[in-house]
Design a protein around this ligand. Structure first.
Ligand code: HMG
Ligand code: MG
Length: 310
């Protein structure tokens, strides 16, 4: 199989990973976490969102957090829902934003109080203004592999939304498996439609690992030539408007997978684990990452760490 030689992991732990956590994490702790991730070698980190603080309280300190990250030398992305969010991002000197919509009206209504069509009316001026100001724009399509309210979503609908977002100027479209219901077959069907209008090199895949399918789905993505994958440290995460959905696929599980396939990520595994355990310990949480669980058990018992070679 002709897999890409290297991939880019978009670390979404500080945003998607933390947005649903009830325990308030101090702004300094978040900044420390992000600095540790940058030291691990990440090229792209989604650090926060400029959304309604009453809807997502954990992201309520975005304006205070972003300035603490000024010395970090990698791409820092902020999620932006509308022009109000863009205004704040612009005033803080944010260089990259992510806009988001979904392929399901019901999810969009709950998440952003807009239908798909209304969301485009909102997003279009955000993209235009951002690009005019030299801000890069990434785009998300949520519920690409299933909706918590509508269930199955037609791949052609996902493609329609993704291609529209891409044509508006997003340099990369991330297909979100919001509730972790995707399977290799559904990934194949969605990618077959979406790649009719967007090159695989301009796509990213964003899996939540609710049903344990994320790494299998990512292998399917690699087969299609996708080389950007969103992941979250230790598997943290979830969306408050996608009930029952667990965190993103763990960055550590991806590092193990890519190591086994001889695919470069540029990320130092030990430093990644250090960043994840730093945040997990603060939250008082046990990781959902299968690899990290095995690693920590082996370490506690002075066992050897098994790392596969291709
Ligand atoms: P709305 O209620 O439709 O907005 O919210 P509005 O324009 O009617 O304004 C209502 C009030 O909100 C006003 O305040 C605005 O100023 C304020 P008031 O005048 O009443 O005092 N407001 C804002 N405040 C701060 N920042 C803003 C902002 N905009 C309006 N940007 C909105 C629409 C989208 C903003 C809202 O519904 C919201 O913030 N929702 C939360 C969305 C969210 O963050 N969801 C989780 C992230 S998405 C995700 O996790 C999926 C993803 O990971 C991919 C996947 O897994 O599928 C990306
Ligand atoms: Mg997500």
């Amino acid at each position: 199989m002709d897999y890409p030689k290297s991939v880019r992991i978009v670390e979404v732990g500080p945003r998607d990973g933390l947005q649903n956590e009830k325990k308030v994490i101090s702004t300094e702790k978040k900044a420390d976490f992000i600095k540790r991730l940058a030291r691990a070698g990440h090229q792209t980190i989604e650090v926060t969102s400029f959304v309604r603080p009453d809807r997502i309280p954990q992201m309520g300190d975005a304006k205070e957090l972003y300035p603490l990250l000024s010395k970090i030398d990698c791409d820092l992305v902020c999620l932006v829902p509308n022009l109000k969010g863009l205004e704040v991002a612009h005033s803080l000197g944010v260089k990259e934003i992510a806009v988001f919509t979904a392929s399901s009206d019901s999810f969009n209504q709950k998440n952003i109080n807009a239908t798909i069509s209304q969301s485009f009316d909102r997003i279009e001026p955000v993209i235009e203004k951002a690009l005019e100001s030299g801000i890069k724009v990434r785009g998300y399509v949520s519920t690409a592999f299933g909706c918590p309210y509508e269930g199955f979503i037609e791949p052609s609908k996902v493609a329609e939304v993704a291609i529209r977002l891409h044509k508006m100027g997003c340099y990369e479209i991330s297909l979100g498996d919001t509730i972790g219901s995707g399977t290799p077959l559904s990934v194949e069907r969605v990618l077959a439609e979406v790649t009719k209008g967007i090159k695989p090199t301009q796509l990213a895949l964003h899996f939540h690992d609710t049903r344990g399918m994320a790494t299998a789905n990512i292998v399917k993505g690699l087969e299609f030539g996708v080389s950007v994958f969103d992941a979250s440290s230790g598997g943290l995460g979830g969306c408050p408007y996608a009930m029952g959905a667990t965190g993103n696929v763990a960055t550590e599980d991806l590092l193990y997978l890519f190591q086994s396939l001889g695919i470069e990520t540029g990320i130092n595994l030990e430093k990644q684990i250090e960043a994840s355990t730093f945040m997990l310990n603060d939250l008082g949480k046990v990781t959902t990452s299968k690899f990290l669980q095995a690693y920590l058990t082996a370490k506690d018992n002075h066992g050897s760490l098994y790392l596969p070679t291709p």
